[in-house]
Write a protein that binds this ligand. Structure first.
Ligand code: GDP
Ligand code: MN
Ligand code: MN
Ligand code: MN
Length: 255
């Protein structure tokens, strides 16, 4: 597998055609994967926002006050309001807001970003990242780059471990997971539970190339990688019925 940064991309503005910008700068063969940081997808989709656009509700004020009191760091209630508007549920309210976004991704602060957003206070995640990925994939095809899978990524924390890493929040032209169940291990023992989250693993690898700061590399071409002859699945976000951790959090919240 090879990962190659797509270099020389400009600062992305609302309305920019990401597929065209990438097609001018990268050679992509059928079967390659292009990862694109959600930051630039959001910028192209005009998902910047300013704190002044969020009139504060009673709930947002209460959350900001509680978080401020517990952490000792003042929390802007307008930011809490923005997080509430980008979420369908708060899994944890305090000392940080763990949210489910409208498209089903669970992350802190609804993934609202305050880094790499010149001229605005906030950058919201793309409204529907899978549709964004589909659009970029179709755009690449229009520019003669056929059958390139596209993964929209974000940097995200995780429970139990320090540090953040790349995850997939939308994808097109590739299945989310490959299913190893029923395959033998080296001793011939059948694998019983392993479903490999391919899009997350590719997103994490690509994040090593993009970095998190001022590098200016929001897109990565992944070549010579094969999905293999295994069953696929498009499930990534666990529904609550199937998620013991979320169920435990709900119980904890109401105790
Ligand atoms: P996120 O993980 O989606 O939140 O994106 P990051 O803020 O971590 O940025 C990922 C990469 O994209 C970094 O190398 C940034 O420097 C780069 N980046 C962010 N915005 C732009 C942009 O508008 N143009 C270019 N060329 N690079 C950008
Ligand atoms: Mn960012
Ligand atoms: Mn981000
Ligand atoms: Mn990042």
């Amino acid at each position: 597998m090879q990962l190659e940064p797509v270099t020389d991309l400009p600062e992305i503005r609302p309305g920019d055609d990401l597929a065209a910008l990438v097609a001018d700068r990268a050679t992509l063969e059928p079967g390659d994967v292009l990862t694109v940081a959600s930051t630039v997808v959001s910028k192209a989709e005009g998902r910047t926002a300013n704190l002044a656009e969020y009139p504060v509700s009673g709930r947002a004020r209460e959350l900001a006050d509680r978080i401020g009191a517990v952490t000792g760091e003042e929390k802007d209630p307008r930011f809490a309001q923005a997080v509430l508007e980008e979420s369908t549920e708060l899994l944890i309210e305090c000392p940080f807001m763990l949210t489910e976004t409208h498209f089903g991704h669970i992350c802190v602060n609804a993934g609202i970003d305050r880094s790499n957003v010149p001229g605005h206070d906030l950058l919201l995640l793309p409204r529907r990242p899978t549709e964004s990925a589909e659009r970029i994939r179709a755009g690449l095809e229009e520019h003669g780059l056929e059958d390139v899978a596209v993964i929209v990524t974000d940097t995200c924390g995780r429970p139990f471990r320090h540090g953040q890493r790349g995850v997939a929040i939308g994808w097109a032209g590739i299945a989310a997971s490959r299913d190893w169940r029923g395959e033998p291990d080296r001793d011939g023992r059948e694998l019983g539970v392993t479903v490999q989250s391919v899009v997350d693993e590719l997103a994490a690898a690509a994040n090593l190339v993009t970095g998190e700061g001022a590098d200016g590399v929001p897109a990565v071409a992944i070549r010579d990688w094969e999905f293999g002859d295994l069953p696929e699945s498009d499930e990534l976000f666990r529904p609550v019925e199937d998620d013991l951790i979320r169920q435990a959090l709900r119980q904890w919240a109401f105790e």
